[in-house]
Design a protein. Structure first.
Length: 269
């Protein structure tokens, strides 16, 4: 009975930590879009349609279910750590400096590859309905859709954590940094407004995905499967051909709106 009580306490701790990260990221991005930079972001809105409160309630509700799955995986990961299977460490001196510096980029690259291929697989007709259809109910996503998954998809996303820590030795702070980057990135990709500057797709930073890149995926259901980087979509031929045009459209609307505002005229709708 004491063992079960300890598991329940561990589960609650994992749930609270994941909930904190989710609420921090989604709230910050939502406030940036709808309050702090509202006028600027409204000109950079990617779709004409806007999500309503029913969409947001659905996204939030299923995100809570996802956090329950994540908490279950956190308990399992903790057990694997006690067994010495998971290579999570707290002492920086256990590994050389170069690895402590390189491990965060490495785990991001690994997660990007994992996300691309599992995401693409979930779009197979035999898997889509059971794994990924629920997430695509958000045709016009909001930051709250970041974790709006079915149980099956939540499990696929959650299992990356123990797999990564079994494969790679990772310092606790490196892992926590990765988790914060992942959820903030996730919330931004579902924001519905383009955050990135106008020339983003015309320089070396084009290797990073944008909100438009992922928003097109929600609009059309196929293609643009990448999370952090665009290269998997380009190598595999799954990037939409008009992606850069759509991105420039959002940026040009913002620029045109600013010029019109400076001239004292009403901005176009």
């Amino acid at each position: 009975m004491e063992f079960l009580w300890d598991l329940a306490r561990d589960w609650a701790v994992h749930f609270q930590r994941d909930l904190f990260r989710y609420l921090l990221a989604t709230t910050c991005v939502s406030l940036a879009v709808s309050w702090l930079f509202r006028r600027w972001m409204d000109r950079r809105r990617i779709q004409r349609r806007r999500a309503d409160w029913r969409d947001i309630r659905r996204e939030f509700s299923y995100s809570m279910l996802t956090l329950c799955v994540f908490a279950n995986m956190g308990v399992i990961t903790g057990i694997l750590y006690d067994w010495g299977v998971v290579q999570l460490y707290r002492d920086w001196s256990l590994y050389p400096l170069w690895w402590n510096l390189a491990s965060l980029p490495v785990v991001i690259l690994l997660h990007d590859a994992y996300f691309y291929w599992t995401h693409r697989a979930m779009h197979h007709p035999k898997l889509f309905r059971h794994f990924h259809r629920l997430h695509h109910l958000s045709r016009t996503p909001t930051p709250w859709a970041a974790y709006s998954f079915s149980v099956g998809e939540a499990f696929l996303m959650a299992i990356f954590s123990p797999l990564a820590m079994i494969l790679l030795p990772l310092h606790l702070l490196v892992w926590l940094s990765f988790l914060f980057i992942m959820i903030f990135r996730n919330a931004m990709l579902h924001a519905g407004c383009e955050f990135h500057p106008r020339g983003w797709v015309d320089g070396p930073l084009d290797l990073l995905t944008t909100t438009t890149h992922h928003d097109l995926h929600h609009q059309r259901f196929q293609g643009n499967y990448g999370f952090y980087f665009t290269w998997w979509d380009r190598w595999m031929g799954t990037e939409f051909r008009n992606y850069k045009q759509a991105f420039r459209g959002a940026a040009i609307r913002q620029a045109a709106g600013r010029e019109t505002e400076d001239s004292g005229e009403a901005a176009p709708v």
